[in-house]
Design a protein around this ligand. Structure first.
Ligand code: NAD
Length: 498
């Protein structure tokens, strides 16, 4: 049993609110830690701390800021195994998968090493007679990030790396389910040379989020989590005059054309549907084979693969996936599967009774595969966020295209085909933010940007890539004219506008 406090002013501090939450080991169901839940006063103290030091950080030249990230990337690589195990112990995902979580964050830290170049400004010489005009980007001041449980390394880094590289101070409020890694990341940032007080980690729940949203000194808020909370954070931040980017839930479809390589598509569906027990916002949760023959062949291929998924605790290095994050998550997922059966979907692989010997109290759910799912069913409309794949059969391409087009969410989507014309048409017409062509999880790399459409995202600037530099900075445009005089010598006639 261990205790997790906050990280304020460059060091770990204990919580003082008297409120804590349990941190579970999802593989065993045991409470392994208590995490402090911050009070308004603790959030305020972190902000005050950040406010005092931020101007000096903003005034530090960008190549020096970049060097902190060079060292940090080095430290992440050196500490990869320790970080991955720490992450898996609280999240439940396999250690290899946790390394992926860290590496996808690390790549954004590599991207921001380019901050001297990324933050250069625009200049127009001679915008008018003797007039020059330039636009500079200055840090917002203090930024805040509120992050979900499913990527406790990647998403905090997606937020704090560009924010800090741009010269901001940062308040991170991680998920209370797996809070150890974010604090360790902050410690490594100090070791990399970041001045104390620039990156603060304050643990907490809704009350801490509300204190962040009410704080007048926080200028920008980035949120990743479920759609109802994303909508709430976006609305409240905007009402309080802050800029906000809020990313929500998903229901990602994969269209499988009759000409697709079905072995490749089935393998892709296994990884994208069941990896991390389906707890990814870019997981594929709906497969849409076109035509009865494609659908039958796909189900025949997937059934034995789902049945033979290897499920285990993170310490099992051969496991394909681990448990889900909490008992409540498990119950919610099982409840939705029950509804799917009641509403007439065909549960081709039923993982509801899965039990792992020695881990009977762990939050495991066996892989489930539904066939003949229809758009009116709850399992189609809702983000299940578990190891459950739904197959919706479509007669033709247009019918398949309509499904993700009409869905509430618009995070990711994929098409599997050998036909370039179909793929091109699909990428052009689909109303979804991230599109994969024969790629199941099209998460853009650090130098492009990540974000969905529709109810998967609120706000106009995406995460990482050049969007993130825009989000964490404000534009200032200067129009400047210098009176002529000295170089021309004295003037003896009455001055007029020449
Ligand atoms: P969540 O919405 O429960 O929690 C996210 C954050 O909000 C946490 O820090 C939590 O403490 C805080 N929070 C919880 N309830 C709150 C409330 N009532 N008011 C204010 N703040 C509150 O999400 P989660 O379960 O941690 O994460 C899973 C969700 O995140 C899924 O819906 C998934 O699709 C989504 N997600 C989206 C993306 C994306 O980029 N679009 C990426 C990862 C995860």
């Amino acid at each position: 049993m261990y205790e997790i406090g906050h990280f304020i002013g460059g060091k770990r501090v204990a919580g003082s609110s008297g409120r804590t939450a349990n941190v579970f080991n999802p593989a065993t169901g045991e409470v392994q830690a208590k995490v402090a839940l911050a009070s308004d006063a603790e959030i305020h103290a972190a902000v005050e701390n950040a406010k005092a030091i931020q101007p000096a950080w903003a005034a530090t030249n960008p190549q020096r800021r970049a060097r902190v990230f060079m060292k940090f990337v080095d430290l992440l690589n050196q500490n990869m195994q320790e970080l991955a195990e720490m992450l898996s112990r609280e999240h439940g995902k396999t250690v290899e998968d946790s390394k992926g979580d860290i590496v996808r964050g690390l790549e954004v830290c590599e991207f921001v090493i380019g901050i001297p170049h990324l933050s250069k400004s625009e200049f127009t010489e001679g915008a008018g007679p003797g007039i020059d005009m330039y636009s500079i980007r200055q840090p917002v001041g203090i930024g805040a990030g509120i992050t979900p449980f499913n990527f406790p390394a990647m998403i905090p880094m997606w937020m704090f790396a560009p924010a800090i590289a741009c010269g901001n101070a940062f308040i991170l409020k991680p998920s209370e389910r797996d809070p150890s890694v974010p604090i360790r990341l902050a410690e490594l940032m100090i070791e990399a040379g970041l001045p104390a007080g620039i990156l603060n980690v304050v643990n907490g729940d809704k009350s801490a989020v509300d204190a962040i949203l009410a704080d007048p000194d926080i200028g920008a808020v980035s949120f990743v989590g479920s759609t109802p909370i994303a909508r709430y954070v976006y609305g409240t931040a905007a009402t309080n005059g802050k800029r906000a980017q809020c990313f929500g839930g998903a229901k990602n479809h994969m269209i499988i054309m009759p000409d697709a390589d079905l072995d490749q598509a089935a393998n892709a569906l296994m990884g994208a549907g069941y990896g991390s027990a389906g707890e990814r916002c870019m997981a594929i949760s709906v497969a849409v084979p076109i035509g009865e023959e494609t659908a039958n062949r796909l189900i025949d291929k997937l059934t034995p693969m789902v049945e033979s998924l290897r499920i285990g605790p993170y310490t099992d290095d051969k496991a394909d996936m681990g448990p889900v994050v909490t008992k409540e998550a498990r119950e919610r997922i099982l409840g939705l599967i029950e509804k799917g059966v009641e509403q007439g979907a065909n549960l081709a692989v039923d993982g509801r009774d899965f039990k792992l010997q020695g881990y009977e109290d762990g939050y495991f759910v066996g892989g489930c595969l539904f066939d003949n799912v229809t758009p009116d069913m709850d399992i189609y409309k809702t983000e299940i966020f578990g190891p459950v794949l739904s197959v919706v059969r479509a007669k033709n391409y247009e019918e398949a295209l309509e499904l993700p087009m009409k869905h509430e969410y618009g995070n990711g989507v994929a098409i599997y085909t050998r036909d370039g014309d179909a793929a091109r048409d699909f990428a052009s017409r689909i109303n979804i933010g991230m599109v994969g062509v024969n790629v199941p999880i099209p998460v853009p790399l650090a130098y492009h940007s990540f974000g969905g459409w529709k109810s998967s995202s609120f706000g106009d600037l995406n995460q990482h890539g050049t969007d993130s530099i825009k989000f964490w900075t404000r534009t200032k445009t200067v129009t400047s004219r210098w009176p002529s005089g000295i170089k021309d010598g004295a003037e003896y006639i009455m001055p007029t506008m020449k």
